[in-house]
Ligand binder design. Structure first.
Ligand SMILES: [Zn+2]
Length: 117
């Protein structure tokens, strides 16, 4: 069972009280972008085996969207934080780096997959 703490209201909720919203920190491409950039924005996702950043909504609570950093294999949660950020807070990145040596922001998918094999 996945348990997350909403960074807005502080409530600890299991995943049945939340709504998953897919991968966090996607770079949006709009008018003027190439077809490939728009395709990647719409369809390409990291889908890592390991550290993942996700969007969640506290549906049965305050209703706000937030981000969560967690491991897809162990369900370990590294932290949650407000959705109005372009990258994870430094304290969460430091926590992940401490537990997953060699991990770094935006190099997690290839690095974690290679390390795991
Ligand atoms: Zn909440």
């Amino acid at each position: 069972m996945l348990i997350l703490t909403c960074p807005y209201c502080g409530a600890t909720a299991e995943e049945t009280e939340l709504q998953a919203g897919g991968e966090a920190h996607l770079k949006r491409f709009g008018p003027g972008s190439s077809d490939e950039e728009f395709h990647d924005y719409l369809f390409v996702r990291e889908n890592p085996k390991g550290v993942h950043f996700e969007r969640w909504r506290h549906t049965n609570g305050c209703g706000k969207w937030f981000h969560a950093a967690r491991c897809t294999t162990s369900l370990e949660v590294f932290g949650t934080y407000p959705a109005q950020t372009t990258e994870p807070p430094q304290d969460i990145q430091d926590k992940i780096s401490k537990k997953r040596p060699g991990w770094s922001w935006r190099e997690f998918s290839c690095a974690s997959a290679k390390d795991a094999s």
